[in-house]
Ligand binder design. Structure first.
Ligand code: SF4
Length: 344
């Protein structure tokens, strides 16, 4: 597990001077070690969208720490998760570093640098206690705050709560970790779940997947406590299903990103529906689908493209289960959040 930017994992304290100051710990010494060990000459660096602007500075620092004959290459592909490794670049490099996400699947060539946050979660957790109704509480967070997870459990226990945690499935690396598409770590008996982390993206998915739970959001980044409210989301989902009920021609999307492929689901739809057409693509965007003359789409790739970006597409975009509802194979009230399990 990594340290935060002020601890021993930071090269600024080792006497090695770097060109750029960093607020995150990019674990450069681990990367340099792997490069030397493997005598690597070509190194790929992949950052998620929000951190891409840091890429050149990290490359500069690494260049300074490595021999001149090592080439660093930045991935310009879109990246939103560990499901989204740049396989083209990975195949052409000796070491491939993926920043900002925890491992979805380990491999000798890939180094994952999750970039743990150094924000203090306890003041906002204190505020969140007012919204926890019972004595038993589930605790979940994202990869960015995993370095404090045990401390968070102890903190809650010291305040009299019985804390329930679980590891989830093999798409998740850590106990208590959630992804935008996987909330198996919240499959616990407690009615209250405390989510500690920035933004509403993860807790909204969590509340949709577990509609019977009180999901309390303690956001230490924006310093606010809220209760996850899925009404707007659910309304949108029902509206999309209704709109797609008359559809005749269906586009079935298979996403070619390494950790987003669900071909068996796509094939099942094609098998049962002669008006369904398989469309393969690496990035599912409204622009790329606009030229396809379909009445509706089913997305077997990232579920959050469907639920969060759905209204931006020119035709209804459904999850695989919503498709089954729209064609009459399942009742409307069976509607559930689409989750993604397994790796690749
Ligand atoms: S499939 Fe979507 S939600 Fe799941 S990890 Fe990938 S980008 Fe995140």
């Amino acid at each position: 597990m990594s340290q935060d930017a002020t601890s021993e994992g930071d090269l600024r304290n080792t006497g090695m001077s770097l060109k750029h100051d960093r607020e995150w710990d990019y674990e450069l010494e681990q990367i340099v070690e792997a490069i030397e060990e493997r005598d690597a000459k070509r190194v790929g660096l992949q950052f998620p969208e929000g951190l891409k602007r840091r890429g050149p500075a990290v490359a500069d620092d690494l260049r300074q720490l490595c021999d001149d004959d090592v080439t660093f290459m930045l991935s310009g592909q879109p990246c939103y998760g560990a499901c989204d490794l740049d396989t083209y670049l990975m195949r052409r490099t000796d070491v491939f570093v993926h920043f900002g996400h925890s491992p979805m699947k380990e491999s000798d060539k890939i180094i994952y640098v999750p970039l743990f946050s150094n924000v203090d979660p306890f003041p906002i957790m204190e505020d969140a206690l007012d919204d926890i109704e019972g004595d038993e509480v589930g605790l979940v967070t994202t990869a960015q705050h995993m370095n404090r997870f045990e401390d968070m459990c102890d903190w809650l226990e010291e305040r009299g709560y019985t804390v329930q945690t679980r590891k989830g499935d093999d798409r998740l690396t850590y106990e208590g970790q959630v992804l935008g598409c996987n909330y198996a770590s919240a499959d616990i008996p407690a009615d209250d779940v405390l989510y500690v982390g920035g933004g509403k993206f993860h807790p909204l998915g969590l509340a949709m997947e577990h509609p019977d739970k009180n999901v309390v959001i303690a956001d230490p980044v924006n310093n606010v406590v809220t209760i996850a409210d899925t009404r707007k989301f659910m309304k949108q989902r029902y509206a999309s299903v209704h709109k797609a009920m008359d559809a005749e021609k269906w586009g079935v999307i298979f996403c070619t990103k390494i950790g987003q492929g669900r071909m068996e689901i796509a094939e099942k739809i094609l098998e049962d529906n002669e008006n369904a057409y398989l469309i393969t693509m690496d990035e599912v965007t409204p622009d790329r689908l606009r030229n396809f003359d379909m009445d509706a789409f089913v997305n077997t790739g990232c579920p959050r493209i469907t639920t969060d970006d759905g209204p931006r597409f020119h035709k209804p975009m459904l999850t695989p289960q919503e498709y089954r509802i729209a064609v009459g194979d399942e009742p409307l009230d069976a509607l559930e959040f689409d989750t993604f399990h397994g790796t690749w």
